[in-house]
Design a protein around this ligand. Structure first.
Ligand code: CA
Length: 390
């Protein structure tokens, strides 16, 4: 499957190219518009919309620990006070993603959800936390903050925390966690590392989660065998959860999280290779029948112009296809996606757009139309609005 040569589409005759990426990759210009909505974020990481009830308003996290309420029309932003959790902003950790309850604004529902790396009581080890609080958008401030889940164990390392959160159409909350750079943890059902979790909106565990009642297993686990998941998005037609994650040397993946209890491979089956030697880490996914294969992956042969993999971040679906932020190569990937589910989904090509701004961290579309918002993860960096011209 998907063995055909992967072609980076370069449209000749388009306007002059935007600023090149750090490694000189050609980035297309002319098929989309970019607009700076707000400038001056420090290490922006996550974004979600208060729509439909407060259309045009959104929340933005900075990894360094601040939460902002932003007006996407006027460009105004206000820092949210009150019970914003204290985070450990170190390495890849800090204040990570934000998700707004799908019924936010109905009745007294003002719940918003955050993931972040937090410390243990001794302050010397960290874990990815999920919490929620009520947002008063007038102050603006958080109230009634509570921790819902901690992806234990705590560890002193500062890498591979994940973490994205997203609600699906059935109202379940999904959360990702990384393997904390300890590979085998992703296969260990008693560990909260390297997993996708599923919760009810109050943080309780759905009774039909696949490992409920399994001795020693973390009952929040929905799928396992993930290295460092960075993007979660709901497909607008199927309602299925899609995910991307970082490989090692190559092995970056796009997955459909459609198999409750599924083993998604890391590190027993992966297209990633060892950093120092380039040798395969273990089996390849297609060699195993007990592994849920990625629907698309980077094995080092996708590009012929110097790019190796696609270190992904946020992802979003729009009417024009699938968009994913590229961190190291600093552009927005626009993927020509055909089909909707595992049986027919196919990516036919990629166009590099919006280069030259910095690492593209979060990518979100409010309504799956032709418009999306992206966050640049850098010092003094912008929130950008991108409109695809088709
Ligand atoms: Ca995998």
């Amino acid at each position: 499957m998907l063995k055909s040569v992967f072609v980076v589409i370069v449209v000749f005759g388009a306007a002059a190219c935007a600023a090149p990426t750090p490694n000189g990759l050609v980035v297309q210009d002319g098929a989309y518009e970019v607009e700076v909505v707000i400038e001056g974020f420090e290490r922006a990481w996550g974004l979600d919309f208060l729509r439909p009830h407060e259309d045009g308003m959104a929340l933005v996290t900075e990894r360094t620990g601040s939460l902002f309420l932003v007006d996407l029309e006027s460009g105004d932003r206000q820092e949210v006070g009150g019970e914003v959790p204290s985070v450990v902003a170190r390495g890849q950790g800090g204040l990570l993603d934000v998700a707004v309850h799908p019924d936010f604004g109905e009745g007294d529902n003002h719940w918003i959800y955050l993931t972040y790396s937090g410390a243990n009581e001794a302050g010397n080890a960290y874990a990815t936390h999920l919490g929620r609080a009520r947002l008063n958008a007038n102050e603006p401030a958080l109230h009634d903050f509570e921790v819902l889940f901690v992806a234990e164990p705590f560890d002193s390392s500062n890498g591979h925390f994940g973490s994205r959160i997203v609600f699906n159409p059935d109202g379940y909350l999904f959360m990702s966690s990384g393997d904390r750079r300890q590979r085998d943890s992703a296969q260990d059902l008693s560990s909260g590392w390297g997993k996708i979790f599923r919760f009810n909106d109050d943080g309780s565990i759905p009774s039909d989660n696949p490992f409920v009642g399994v001795d020693g297993a973390v009952d929040a686990i929905y799928t396992y065998g993930h290295r460092n998941p960075q993007g979660l998005a709901i497909h607008p037609i199927s309602g299925a959860l899609w995910q991307n994650e970082h490989g090692e040397r190559d092995g970056d993946e796009i997955n459909i999280i459609d198999t409750p209890g599924g083993n998604y491979g890391w590190p027993v089956a992966t297209y990633a290779r060892e950093y120092p030697t380039g040798r395969p880490i273990n089996d390849f996914p297609h060699e195993r029948d007990d592994i849920v294969n990625p629907i698309f992956w980077w094995d080092g042969t996708r590009y012929d112009d110097g790019q190796s993999g696609f270190p992904p971040s946020g992802m979003a679906f729009t009417s024009a296809g699938l968009f994913m932020g590229n961190l190291a190569n600093q552009y927005l990937g626009w993927f020509d996606l055909q089909g909707t589910d595992r049986s027919d989904a196919e990516i036919l090509g990629e166009t590099r757009i919006v280069g030259g701004y910095g690492r593209v961290r979060d990518v979100r579309s409010p309504d799956h139309s032709d418009m999306l918002y992206i966050l640049i993860d850098d010092d003094d960096a912008p929130l950008l609005r991108v409109r695809v011209l088709e």
